[in-house]
Design a protein around this ligand. Structure first.
Ligand SMILES: CC[C@@H]1C(=O)N(C)c2cncnc2N1C1CCCC1
Length: 301
């Protein structure tokens, strides 16, 4: 039973006027920014999607409209195995609807909360897919700017799908350094806090935070207040407990978390890092959402 306030009066059948596809409203998935999100089922094909429903009453200021347009324009232009597929965007008199690929196993945020730390093979498995998608994004001159566990979605095959391009931007030229970022990225880089120019390197910074959080169970700069966290980021003040993770991943995290953007590796260099020469499972069972996997090696009887 959806007891939303009437501004979200969502009809039980939603029609995409361009394709005349009819969707029936399914399970409530949760809130995402201004949106209430639902499973939407195509009544003809039976395929289920993830739908973001944003009331137009929330898009009155031109600035909000432009931000949403930018998110749609960027996301619509993407097509990659490890990026959430963008299917459609349309509106009716009350709402704007965005139709996205459904990821039935939620995100790395839920997995992290349940598992606390994950094994190095699992980390290689997940981070390899994230980096492949980021190489694709950076080649298209797109910076995600808000890579975090909650935006790294998982489907039933436990494959990573990067989503939420709400803070993403396009780099006009190679020398272009972005100066503004409207919103608060979760794993925010020092050059963004200090309002210096920023570019692709902010996504590498986030990768360092993601590696650290998955392997050590909490973010590198976490404190009880945002101000203190920003101060630790500015001072590059973080610790990696020795002997809990392998030497090469300590070195990789340290390189991704270098204070100066130009000292950080590119996504391509991360992909070639010795860390990825270690064992990488070809697939992961959905049980890893709750318990560590056991890797078995076949030996002839
Ligand atoms: C539809 C919004 C968001 C999302 O972007 N995707 C791709 C997604 C895909 N599959 C399930 N949920 C998704 N979410 C959740 C819904 C509530 C908060 C974030």
């Amino acid at each position: 039973m959806d007891t939303a306030k009437d501004e979200f009066n969502i009809p039980n059948v939603i029609v995409d006027p361009r394709t005349r596809t009819q969707y029936s409203k399914g399970k409530f998935l949760g809130k995402g920014g201004f949106a209430r999100c639902y499973e939407l089922i195509d009544t003809t094909s039976g395929q289920t999607f993830a739908g973001k429903v944003v009331p137009k009453s929330m898009l009155v200021k031109p600035h909000q409209k432009e931000k949403m347009q930018q998110e749609v324009t960027i996301h619509q232009s993407l097509n990659h195995k490890h990026i959430v597929q963008f299917f459609s965007y349309f509106e009716d008199e009350n709402n704007v609807y965005i139709i996205l690929e459904l990821c039935r196993r939620r995100s790395l945020m839920e997995l992290h909360r349940r598992r606390k730390t994950v094994t190095e093979p699992e980390t290689r498995y997940f981070v390899k897919q994230i980096v492949e998608a980021c190489i694709y994004l950076h080649e298209k001159r797109i910076i995600h700017r808000d890579l975090k566990l909650g935006n790294l979605f998982l489907n039933d095959q436990m494959e990573i799908k990067i989503g939420d391009f709400g803070l993403a931007t396009r780099v006009e030229s190679e020398s272009d350094r972005k100066r503004t970022l409207c919103g608060t990225p979760n794993y925010i880089a020092p050059e963004v806090i200090n309002k210096k120019g920023h570019s692709y390197e902010v996504d590498v910074w986030s990768m360092g935070c993601i590696l650290y959080t998955l392997l050590l169970g909490k973010p590198p700069f976490e404190t009880s207040s945002l101000k203190d966290t920003y101060s630790k980021i500015r001072k590059n003040d973080y610790l990696i407990p020795e002997n809990r993770i392998s030497r090469e991943v300590v070195l990789l995290i340290q390189r991704c978390l270098r204070h100066e953007p130009y000292d950080r590796p590119t996504m391509q260099q991360i992909y070639m890092d010795p860390f990825f020469t270690g064992f990488i499972p070809a697939t992961l069972p959905t049980s890893v959402c709750t318990v560590a996997p056991r890797y078995s090696v076949m030996v002839p009887l």
